[in-house]
Design a binder for this molecule. Structure first.
Ligand SMILES: NC(=O)c1ccc[n+]([C@@H]2O[C@H](COP(=O)([O-])OP(=O)(O)OC[C@H]3O[C@@H](n4cnc5c(N)ncnc54)[C@H](OP(=O)(O)O)[C@@H]3O)[C@@H](O)[C@H]2O)c1
Length: 183
């Protein structure tokens, strides 16, 4: 979805650049294999690894600067209540990431739908208005209808697995109503 919308994408995984060859060939132009540190140097970083891998990955990468917008698409399946009860998994990601401005987004959308957004209304949340606006523009550009939530804290339960905004297929007005009802 990102390359189709004209974004230049660096893609990284755990097994290394060479293993990404087939995926890069499949996606076509606009995507470049990288390591995690290189990918983390982009102005907008999309974090989409199993939640249990986030801490080690971000430690390896090192602090991410405040100029970076870090989209947290992870879901803390199972472990969230116990580990992050006070705040929420994306606030924990923000702490682990150092300075980056974290925006929680795309975690509520199934992978199949990422390939065909078709105007689906999706929530995004973050504490920094400029970072939220950046991600809203990106989501709009790739074909979603983004609806903002004004803080990571407010989105922690509604956007978490089994929360009222998770995995839903609704129009923008209905999503706004659901967000109002859940905050
Ligand atoms: N699947 C969905 O529909 C969906 C939708 C919304 C959000 N999410 C969330 O997105 C995240 C990823 O989900 P997924 O289904 O794509 O999982 P996945 O297939 O298990 O893993 C995604 C990628 O994470 C990489 N990875 C794992 N540990 C890593 C590490 N330590 N350093 C660097 N890369 C690492 C893997 O690299 P290798 O290939 O080299 O192992 C793999 O490419 C999860 O938090 C999930 O909850 C998933």
């Amino acid at each position: 979805m990102l390359t189709r919308a004209g974004y230049e994408v660096l893609i990284a995984n755990r097994r290394g650049r060479v293993s990404l060859g087939p995926l890069v060939d499949e996606i076509g132009s606009g995507v470049v294999p990288a390591n995690a540190a290189e990918a983390a140097g982009a102005p907008i970083v999309l974090l989409a690894v199993p939640y249990d891998a986030v801490e080690e990955l971000l430690e390896d990468v090192g602090p991410i600067p405040r100029s970076t917008v870090l989209i947290d698409a992870t879901n803390a399946w199972g472990g969230w209540e116990a580990r992050e009860a006070e705040s929420g998994s994306s606030e924990a990601v923000a702490r682990m990431a150092g300075g980056a401005r974290v925006v929680k987004a795309l975690c509520t959308v199934h992978a199949n739908r990422l390939a065909a957004p078709d105007g689906l209304a999706v929530p995004l949340a973050g504490d920094d208005p400029a970072a939220r606006a950046t991600v809203a523009r990106l989501l709009d550009r790739v074909g979603f209808r983004p609806v903002e939530i004004a803080s990571l804290r407010a989105a922690a339960v509604p956007m978490a697995p089994n929360g009222p905004l998770f995995g839903i297929t609704v129009d923008e007005a209905t999503l706004r109503d659901l967000i109002s009802a859940s905050s």
